[in-house]
Design a protein around this ligand. Sequence first.
Ligand SMILES: *[C@@H]1O[C@H](CO)[C@@H](O)[C@H](O)[C@H]1NC(C)=O
Length: 290
Amino acid sequence: MKVKAKSPKAKFGLPAVFLLCSLFFFVGLFTFTLLSHVSFPQFLSGPRSVSRTLQSEDGEDHGPMPQGETGDSFIQSIPFQVLSWKPRALYFPRFATAEQCESVIEMAKTKLRPSALALRKGETTESTKGTRTSSGTFISASEDETGILEIIEEKIARATMLPRTHGEAFNVLRYEIGQKYDSHYDAFNPSEYGQQKSQRFASFLLYLSDVEEGGETMFPFENGLHMGMSYDYKKCIGLKVMPRQGDGLLFYSVLPNGTIDQTSLHGSCPVIKGEKWVATKWIRNQEDLE
Ligand SMILES: *[C@@H]1O[C@H](CO)[C@@H](O)[C@H](O)[C@H]1NC(C)=O
């Protein structure tokens, strides 16, 4: 009688499948591990490899150098993300703590007044009504007994390498629902505003609150977009930065050659839900802050 041989398939089926799967898994894992340590040429792998080449590879610690008279004895790191080169805009996550932000809001609350505008030739308060609808106040670090503004100011100076003496007092602003700031330049164009003793060169915005909806800082001309067409400067378009409590945004209004960066046009989109608090520091190219 013919004994029906059990098919080897049936007998070894499960263990064999298991073994094969394991084999493929380990080969895959090995290949991945290998590849992730190989650096590809930048043009092949894009921004990811840029960040890899910019970050230290092995975490090997090079200690601090002997410092100059005005330098630090320690190494500090202030994380940032390049948001744009046109305009040059940097984003600093968790630049200040939530407690610091709340304190600054408390300081400013009782002093708020409707925000004013620097007027161009021929403009009046009446003709520019509605352009900037926030409330705000100027507070200098020296007025703040808690010392918090001094800490923040010092950190801004380090992040920008622009000395504290070049910064105006903090302009703390509150935007309520519907309030906004139409697109504008922080730098003063001499042909519109007349000759200035110094120029607003860079702006640092510290978001003091989250906003539930709206209230983004927008750069409508980012990377030259929308520049050719007749842009309605009330429109909220382009690169938008969502306010998050404690985060910082730095952008430069003047190019290295001294001309105003046309792409640094920016504004504050209307708050749709919630409330927006922001502390702005304008940094000048001269110590004379006028
Ligand atoms: C300054 O630099 C910008 C951008 O590179 C250029 O378009 C502009 O013509 C320059 N202006 C002067 C006065 O050199």
